[in-house]
Design a protein. Sequence first.
Length: 82
Amino acid sequence: MSKKEETKEQNLTGNIRKLSEISEWFEKQEEVDVEEGLKKVKEAAAIIKASRERLKVVENEFEEIKKEIDVKEEDEGIEAHV
């Protein structure tokens, strides 16, 4: 796995971890500081947006792999019939 791939993979894992930390922060507050809460919500929204974009890329990569596998299976099926 290349450094770039590792970084992207870690980003999704790191994003989940950060969202969990933000959620825990809210759960621990007896009285939420509105300003700090707003910062946390904005941070979470940005993390969610970045994660959605990354997940779309990952989904597209899976679709490409699936297409490659399907083409190989079709080619092997044709060769088996010849």
